[in-house]
Design a protein around this ligand. Structure first.
Ligand code: NAD
Ligand code: DAU
Length: 338
């Protein structure tokens, strides 16, 4: 059985990816995750078994650690998801974004090259393309990179490093860029889980600016299937965009969440806009449909309802995140088990 190194596998998308791969049972997995505030071992605790799925606590910026993982396992591919991922945090402080997203990606590329890892799958974002006007066509793989936030600038920088390793060193790498993910296990700093947990708690839902910004919502399970297709079928050096045909205004999404939960719209609280706020994202996923045979299986209406219900029914997960317990308890449990 081939082995995959999944970086950031305790985060939102990474943990859904680890669960998908573990469920299918076709690969061994090593998860490398630093367990920052965004990493939560509870997300994968039931699939980590020390055999087909193992967990290594550490940073992608630790070159010696990464080299030793690659030296001790015959890794077919690195599925690279570890990142600082929240735009608002990058506005407060950009340095951790450069350290993890740029320096960390470079460490992984150098180590993969030295160890002869067969394929590098770099998970990036549609935010590298910048923002769209209301009538602009959706982003394609040919759209120029015009990142607007420190977060998206760091992701674009890492994309360009990957591109340079393909061009200069002949590395077999593919880059995936997707629109906004939603679904189970998303940390409630992001829009949908934040709005959902606030609504459940009867707290205000902070809507930035006029709330008319548009995001193209993609269910995380569809995205994870796409990452695996890009790994298994993608062509070296190619970029693949994944989108959910799920464009919606933020205010409409917030109202739909309130409706699902039977809460009043008086909870909507308009707050100051995000500086440099991108107005609209939308992905044209025609290339992945034609070349990989990928289509999203979720529509946004059903996916949003199922997601709200997931947060309603996973009260222990929500409580551990709210209280901060997730940062210590599961890590201690893992370390006690050895
Ligand atoms: P997340 O913030 O939920 O998880 C990030 C994970 O990376 C966490 O487990 C964290 O502990 C880990 N991590 C952070 N720094 C690390 C380091 N130095 N070394 C090792 N691990 C580290 O992020 P996410 O939403 O799951 O996003 C995963 C990837 O997908 C990111 O690269 C992000 O840019 C990209 N992406 C996310 C979305 C989205 O909507 N969430 C959309 C497009 C692209
Ligand atoms: O497009 C892909 C990107 O989607 C990923 O690369 C990022 O990692 C991910 O965080 C996400 O970025 P966004 O900035 O679009 O997501 P966020 O959930 O932070 O915000 C979604 C929209 O909701 C955005 O227009 C800002 C708005 N918003 C967000 C928060 C947290 C609010 O109105 N209020 C809020 O409190």
């Amino acid at each position: 059985m081939k082995t995959l190194l999944v970086t950031g596998g305790a985060g939102f998308i990474g943990s859904n990816l680890v669960r998908l791969i573990a469920r299918e049972g076709r690969y061994r997995i090593i998860v490398l995750d630093a367990l920052t505030y965004a990493g939560n071992l509870e997300n994968i605790q039931d699939v980590v078994n020390g055999d087909t799925v193992t967990f290594v606590h550490g940073s992608i910026t630790d070159a010696a650690l990464v080299a030793s993982i690659l030296a001790n396992a015959d890794i077919d591919a690195i599925l690279h998801l570890a990142a600082e991922s929240h735009v608002d945090r990058s506005i407060q402080s950009a340095a951790p974004f450069i350290e993890t997203n740029v320096v960390g990606t470079l460490v992984l590329l150098e180590a993969a090259k030295a160890a002869g890892v067969r394929r590098f799958v770099h998970v990036s974002t549609d935010e590298v393309y910048g923002t769209l006007g209301p009538d602009d066509p959706a982003f394609t793989e040919e759209t120029p990179l015009q990142p607007n936030s420190p977060y998206s600038a760091s992701k674009a920088s890492s994309d360009l490093l990957v591109r340079s390793f393909v061009h200069t060193h002949g590395m077999d790498a593919v880059i995936t860029r997707c629109s906004n993910n939603y679904g189970p296990y998303q940390f409630p700093e992001k829009f949908i889980p934040l709005m959902t947990l606030n609504a459940i708690d009867g707290r205000g839902l902070p809507v930035y600016g006029d709330g008319l910004q548009v995001r193209d919502w993609l269910h995380v399970e569809d995205h994870c299937r796409g990452i695996m297709m890009a790994y298994e079928q993608g062509k070296a050096g190619e970029v693949y965009n994944f989108g959910g045909y799920g464009e919606e205004k933020n205010i409409v999404v917030a109202k739909a969440i309130l409706k699902h939960l039977g809460k009043d719209e008086s909870l909507l609280t308009y707050v100051a806009d995000r500086p440099g706020h991108d107005r609209r994202y939308a992905i044209n996923p025609r290339k992945v449909a034609h070349e990989l045979g990928w289509e999203p299986e979720w529509n946004f209406e059903d996916g949003l309802r199922a997601t709200v219900e997931w947060y309603q029914s996973h009260t222990a997960w929500c409580e551990n995140v709210r209280s901060g317990e997730y940062r210590t308890y599961y890590q201690r449990q893992y370390e006690q088990r050895g």
